[in-house]
Design a binder for this molecule. Structure first.
Ligand code: PRP
Ligand code: MN
Ligand code: MG
Length: 181
C-alpha cells in the first residue's frame, strides 16, 4: 500500500490555459510557413497538454505519439528509458515539435531527442509544460517551457503518481500525511 497523501494546488487550470496559449503563439511564429508540423506527444504524461496545445497552434499539424517510460510506479527515475511505442509516421526531413509534460532528470527527453535526431528531421524543437532545473542530470533542455517549478513531486494535467491523478485539471503537489514513517 502507498502512504496517504493530499494534493495541494500549485498551478491553476486558468494559469495553465493562459500559458498554453502563449506557448502556441510562439510555436506558430517559429514554424510560420512550414508545410507541416509533426507534433509528437510523449505518452502517457503529455496527452492532456498536447490536446490543449495543438488546438492553439495555427499551422498545418500532424499529431503522432511515442511512448517512453522511465518512472513506472515509483517516485524516482529509473534512468533507463524504454520506448514502448514508436511513431506511426516518418519524421525525416520534417519539422518536428516534441511535446513533453515535465523535464525532471532529463533522461527521458535526452533519449527521445537523440532517437528522433538520428532520423534527420529538418527542424526539431521541444515544448515542455514544466521544468525542474534543480533535478537535471542529463544535458538537455526544452526550446520552450511553460513553468519552472521547484523540486516537488507534482501530479495532474496528465502527470501521474503511480498512474493516478492524471485527470486533475490543475497541477498539484503531493504532500504526504500521517505519521510520516
Ligand atoms: C515522466 C514524465 C516525463 C518524465 C520526466 O514519465 O511524464 O516523461 O517522467 O522525467 P525525467 O526527466 O526524469 O526523465 P513516466 O516515465 O512517469 O511515464 P508516463 O509519462 O507514462 O507517466
Ligand atoms: Mn512521461
Ligand atoms: Mg509517470
Amino acid at each position: 500500500m502507498s502512504k496517504p497523501y493530499v494534493i495541494d494546488e500549485m498551478i491553476s487550470a486558468k494559469a495553465i490555459a493562459a500559458r498554453v496559449e502563449a506557448l502556441a503563439r510562439e510555436i506558430t511564429r517559429h514554424f510560420q510557413g512550414t508545410d507541416k508540423l509533426v507534433v509528437v506527444g510523449l505518452l502517457r504524461g503529455s496527452f492532456v497538454f498536447i490536446a490543449d496545445l495543438v488546438r492553439e497552434i495555427d499551422l498545418p499539424v500532424e499529431v503522432d505519439f511515442l511512448e517512453a517510460s522511465s518512472y513506472g510506479d515509483g517516485m524516482e527515475s529509473s534512468r533507463e528509458v524504454r520506448i514502448l511505442k514508436d511513431l506511426r509516421g516518418e519524421v525525416h526531413g520534417r519539422d518536428v515539435l516534441v511535446v513533453e509534460d515535465i523535464v525532471d532528470t532529463g533522461f527521458t527527453l535526452q533519449h527521445v531527442v537523440g532517437l528522433l535526431r538520428s532520423r534527420e528531421p529538418a527542424r526539431l524543437e521541444v515544448c515542455a509544460l514544466l521544468d525542474k532545473p534543480s533535478r537535471r542530470e542529463a544535458n538537455v533542455r526544452a526550446t520552450w517551457t511553460g513553468f519552472e517549478i521547484p523540486d516537488e513531486f507534482v501530479v495532474g494535467y496528465g502527470i501521474d503518481f503511480a498512474q493516478r491523478n492524471r485527470n486533475l485539471p490543475y497541477i498539484g503537489k503531493v504532500r504526504f500525511t500521517g505519521d510520516g514513517e
